[in-house]
Design a protein around this ligand. Structure first.
Ligand code: MN
Length: 200
């Protein structure tokens, strides 16, 4: 497995006014790049360079906190960038819409539950929509942990990710995390959710 630092799938200002260009630039080019660089340095010369991220995360309890934090930071942001799109927002359609209605009762209920999970992460972390055995659920993780990791009580394949670290919103929204979460719904990428669900 060779790990690559992927390009951002859109320009820094593409998600304006919901996600501001300055935050996107710093978040991608400093934070995400930093996690990638440190992860590469941490695994250099070890057997982990031959494994997939899924394999590494599945046994992350056997690794150092440094590898967990930087590997998670590398992977989680890739899911996050893809969870947003300048063409996103609105209500879901296709298979993900059907699955949301089936597993949460309605889109509004899902949105409320996911938003609450994101709002109530204490300190830094993530909110996730995941799928396991064909069923959707919502989970939250601390720091750069993710639902692939064997240290997590709830595992599954990520469908959508929302970063609730302060670095994701503080420049534009300051302490108002709920406003940032509301903005996420204006750019959420349902095409990516459908693709993730199909490939899970
Ligand atoms: Mn982040």
């Amino acid at each position: 497995m060779s790990f690559k630092f992927p390009e951002l799938p859109y320009s820094y200002d593409a998600l304006e006014p919901h996600m501001d260009a300055q935050t996107m630039e710093l978040h991608y080019s400093k934070h995400h790049q930093g996690y990638f660089n440190k992860f590469m340095a941490a695994i250099e010369g070890t057997e982990l360079t031959k494994k997939t991220l899924e394999e590494i995360f599945g046994k992350i309890s056997t690794q150092t906190a440094g590898i967990r934090n930087t590997g998670g930071g590398y992977y989680n942001h890739i899911v996050f960038w893809n969870s947003m799109s300048p063409k996103g927002g609105g209500k879901p359609s296709g298979e993900i819409a059907t699955a949301i209605d089936r597993d949460f009762g309605s889109f509004d209920k899902f949105k409320e539950e996911f938003s609450k999970a994101a709002e109530t992460v204490f300190g830094s972390g993530w909110a996730w929509l995941i799928v396991k055995n064909g069923k959707l659920s919502i989970t939250a993780t601390a720091n750069q942990n993710n639902p692939w990791m064997d240290t997590e009580a709830t595992n599954g394949t990520p469908v959508l990710a929302l970063d609730v670290w302060e670095h994701a919103y503080y420049l534009k929204y300051q302490n108002r995390r709920p406003d940032y979460i509301a903005a996420f719904w204006s750019v959420v990428n349902w095409d990516h959710a459908n693709t993730s669900l199909k490939n899970a």
